[in-house]
Write a protein that binds this ligand. Structure first.
Ligand code: AMP
Length: 143
């Protein structure tokens, strides 16, 4: 079995996040690995295709702030050092690829809903992360 030294766990800040985080903690303990905790805030404009004629800066700032607070809380709870609590803005898949490289991790952990049939065509973050990450990827099945 390979020994992992640095693990990136990506969480979406839903109530499912602890399932992914708990698995990441198990892996880190077993391998005595360092943990990097990542959340990617999606730009508000993406969701509305940039069609809304209003300034979304304030809303974006609020979302960033809320994400940062939540990540800090998880960081404290799971004993992740501050420099390894990362909030980034962009598309989750591509930011996770970028951050995995930037932090030189050897394992990326994401949650996976085990989509079937039609849902598979829509793709998932886990899928997107798997295709394009150079190191190992662990998809934690979410129940
Ligand atoms: P999804 O495919 O969007 O249902 O998400 C599955 C998993 O992808 C989550 O459990 C997280 O590990 C990861 N993920 C999804 N969205 C984000 C996000 N915005 N930031 C970081 N990780 C994410």
């Amino acid at each position: 079995m390979p020994t992992y030294k640095k693990v990136l766990v990506a969480i979406d800040l839903t109530e499912e996040a602890p399932q992914v985080l708990n698995k990441a903690m198990e892996v880190c303990k077993a391998h005595q690995a360092e943990l990097v905790l990542v959340h990617v805030v999606e730009p508000v404009g993406y969701a509305y295709g940039g069609d809304i004629p209003m300034d979304l800066t304030e809303l974006q700032d609020q979302l960033d702030k809320a994400a940062r607070e939540q990540l800090t809380a998880y960081g404290a709870q799971y004993d992740v050092r501050e420099a390894n609590q990362v909030v980034s803005v962009g598309r989750p898949e591509s930011e996770i690829h970028r951050l995995a490289k930037e932090h030189g991790v050897d394992l990326v952990i994401v949650g996976s809903h085990g989509r079937k049939g039609f849902q598979l065509l829509l793709g998932s973050t886990a899928n997107g992360v798997l295709h394009g990450t150079e190191c190992d990827v662990l998809a934690v099945r979410i129940h």
